[in-house]
Design a protein around this ligand. Structure first.
Ligand SMILES: Cc1cc2nc3c(=O)[nH]c(=O)nc-3n(C[C@H](O)[C@H](O)[C@H](O)COP(=O)(O)O)c2cc1C
Length: 187
């Protein structure tokens, strides 16, 4: 058990999604690390309607049970790895909606990004970096981007290139370092 808890947030809920295999791979790469405990958080397990809270999330006046459950889940982590598909040159609507629901639960936490798509999904990460900044999430430089052409067989069976293993280690190292530092800020 580590002092740090990091959520791997799976940002695709589409039937037949490629995201599950990517998130599972990230979790597998993280298993056995001493620096943090990693868990998968699948947005399919937290079905949220389009944002339906009357008060802006920054007020922290959550009215709905689904919001309170989601807020409690996100509040319990020190950092996040957002696993995002690229949809129309951005992240998925379901992930953006889930992020928009909350405010304080994200503040002064650390994050890293993993994307996948026809061209690797880097454009989805660029959009997420702007969103994360607004929420006072410190996002590390190292990111992983998986190509549907190079890292999947038949665009559906995940088989990542060996170079991604070192990239994942660098990503975890940076994220754990910043997640630990920001814990002191929150204290
Ligand atoms: C609505 C939609 C839009 C997409 N737009 C892009 C895109 O702009 N660029 C890209 O590289 N791939 C795009 N793709 C391909 C997806 O990145 C790819 O299908 C990926 O597997 C989707 O993630 P998922 O399978 O977890 O839902 C799009 C796919 C969908 C379903």
């Amino acid at each position: 058990m580590s002092d740090l808890k990091i959520a791997i947030i799976l940002g695709s809920t589409r039937p037949g999604r490629n995201g599950k295999a990517v998130a599972d791979w990230v979790l597998q790469q993280a298993s056995g690390r001493d620096g943090a405990d990693y868990e998968l958080v699948d947005l399919a397990d937290y079905p949220l309607p389009h944002l339906d809270e009357a008060a802006p999330p920054a007020m922290g006046a959550y009215a709905n049970e689904h919001t309170k459950a989601w807020a409690a889940k996100i509040a319990s982590y020190d950092g996040y790895i957002f696993v995002t598909p690229e949809y129309n040159h951005s992240t998925s609507g379901v992930l953006k909606n889930a992020i928009d629901y909350l405010y304080a639960e994200w503040n002064n936490k650390a994050a890293a990004f993993v994307s996948y798509g026809s061209l690797g999904g880097a454009r989805a990460i660029e959009h997420l970096r702007g969103i994360a900044s607004e929420l006072q999430i410190a996002h590390v430089r190292t990111q992983l981007s998986f190509s549907l052409f190079a890292d999947f067989e038949n665009f559906s069976t995940f088989n990542p290139g060996p170079q991604h293993t070192d990239g994942a280690t660098a990503l975890f190292d940076q994220l754990e370092s910043w997640a630990g530092a920001l814990k002191t800020v929150r204290a």
